[in-house]
Design a protein around this ligand. Structure first.
Ligand SMILES: *[C@@H]1O[C@H](CO)[C@@H](O)[C@H](O)[C@H]1NC(C)=O
Ligand SMILES: *[C@@H]1O[C@H](CO)[C@@H](O)[C@H](O)[C@H]1NC(C)=O
Ligand SMILES: *[C@@H]1O[C@H](CO)[C@@H](O)[C@H](O)[C@H]1NC(C)=O
Length: 432
């Protein structure tokens, strides 16, 4: 068995927190392997292991991400080391046997990616289309009532994310908002540039969501391309009900640690099951898409499996968020392995199509940990009941209209009729 392992360092050195250094080299296609290697280092030799990464063709996004990872140094392809630093192959991982650290080939399994310790960089993403533009403005104005944060932060950005092209009317309109808030370091505008076929509901929102989660190599709407580690999806019908809601989102990530510290995030998605009043059967258990996500490469790899089975532009898809859960219910082997990556929380409540009586003072009292509500009752009910009201109104108008017309018509006809008869009689008289 030992044949497969290369002895790296023994226990005494680890315990004495002797700093050991290894060098590896990596190009953009091996980044998954590199993340796995880094994760294994952080998992087993956190305080005393340092990895030097020789950049032989990483992408901009990959370099940005590496800068947020603990004890990682990037050097250029041509850089000459002064000391003699041992090399480790990027496709290897650290692994302890009998409390001694070895390295071995990763076998194409990437078990350590979520063990990476990093400084968080959070994006609050608001996806919207033209018809939601006013709702977006309302939502941004909400932030005047419920301030997002107590203190300024350098690691949180706001992204306004629409479905059209760069320099479209909507894009230009969005750029003219000039929204500013001390809680967000940068305000970015993303254009999903959906094709005509993609531009329908619910396919469009699924595609926009997927484009955020694409591997950093391939797209400018990939959040990893900008070095983000987490994002919160905040549709225009998600609104704060308390101040400092952004601090609460951050707290879900740092979990009591200092904001500047390096932390590992073991989950992929934290959010709300269905808290509204419609009956959804077992599906009430799925986490709604308005949630906090960990931009982990292992989550992105998992999503690829899900989208093979439930292509978002097909009839199989029931919405990107529900698909995740149907997939885990169906594939029990995957479910056993991954359910714990999806966690419920009540910092947000999904009250889709019904509201949660959150206008009621009692609601705030009973839900001290809830800061955001998704799904606006007032508007939903307004839209839902509109057809009924309209048809009733229409019928009323028709009846009134008919009454008036018929009355008028009757009157006119009658007048005309009498007129004609009188005329005729007169005429007859004359003829006689
Ligand atoms: C680990 O230690 C046990 C007990 O000392 C020994 O029997 C075993 O062979 C060791 N395993 C390896 C892989 O060295
Ligand atoms: C905000 O800043 C104050 C003063 O610097 C600090 O005491 C407090 O802990 C900070 N709050 C948060 C949520 O970071
Ligand atoms: C949006 O603004 C750009 C730059 O000002 C301009 O070139 C473009 O024509 C505008 N687009 C539309 C649709 O008006």
């Amino acid at each position: 068995m030992l044949y497969y392992y290369i002895l790296i360092i023994n226990l005494t050195l680890l315990v004495n927190s002797y700093i050991f250094k290894y060098e590896t080299s990596c190009n953009s296609f091996e980044f998954k392997d590199l993340e796995n290697l880094i994760g294994s280092l952080h998992r087993y030799a956190l305080d005393n292991g340092q990895l030097i990464v020789r950049d032989i063709g990483l992408t901009i996004g990959q370099r940005k991400l590496l800068k947020r990872y603990q004890n990682i140094e990037i050097i250029s392809a041509k850089y000459k080391q002064k000391e003699n630093i041992p090399m480790i192959n990027v496709k290897h991982e650290f692994f302890p046997i009998n409390e001694t650290l070895f390295s071995r080939y990763n076998n194409g399994k990437y078990n350590y990616i979520d063990s990476i310790r990093k400084r968080f960089y959070l994006a609050i993403v608001i996806p919207f289309i033209q018809s939601q533009f006013n709702k977006l403005i309302d939502q941004l104005n909400f932030e005047k009532i419920y301030s997002p944060c107590r203190n300024q932060s350098n690691s949180i950005d706001l992204i306004l994310y629409h479905n059209e092209k760069i320099s479209s009317i909507l894009d230009n309109k969005t750029r003219q908002i000039h929204y500013q808030n001390k809680c967000f370091k940068n305000i970015r505008i993303f254009a999903a540039d959906l094709s005509e076929n993609e531009n329908s509901y619910p396919i469009g929102s699924a595609i926009m969501w997927k484009k955020l989660l694409i591997n950093e190599q391939f797209s400018r709407t990939s959040l990893r391309y900008y070095g983000y580690t987490h994002f919160f999806l905040m549709e225009p019908d998600t609104r704060p009900i308390r101040s400092y809601w952004l601090d609460i989102i951050v707290e879900e990530i740092i979990n009591g640690h200092d904001r500047e510290s390096y932390i590992s995030t073991q989950w992929w998605m934290i959010g709300s099951l269905y808290r509204g009043f419609q009956s959804l059967g077992q599906n009430y258990l799925h986490i709604n898409g308005n949630a906090l996500y960990h931009l982990s490469l292992s989550f992105i790899l998992f999503l690829q499996y899900v989208s093979y089975e439930y292509p978002y532009d097909s009839k199989q898809s029931s919405g990107y968020d529900l698909d995740l859960f149907l997939y885990l219910f169906k594939h029990i082997d995957k479910g056993k392995k991954f359910w714990h990556k999806f966690q419920f929380s009540d910092f947000i409540q999904n009250c889709w199509h019904t509201g949660c009586n959150e206008m009621n003072e009692e609601f705030l009292y009973n839900n001290p940990n809830t800061y955001l509500i998704h799904g606006n009752k007032i508007q939903e009910i307004y839209f839902k009941s509109l057809p009924i009201n309209l048809s009733m109104m229409k019928i009323l108008i028709y009846i009134l209209f008919l009454l008036i017309i018929v009355k008028r018509f009757k009157y006119i006809c009658w007048n005309f009729f009498i007129h004609e008869i009188v005329y005729y009689l007169l005429f007859l008289n004359k003829q006689k």
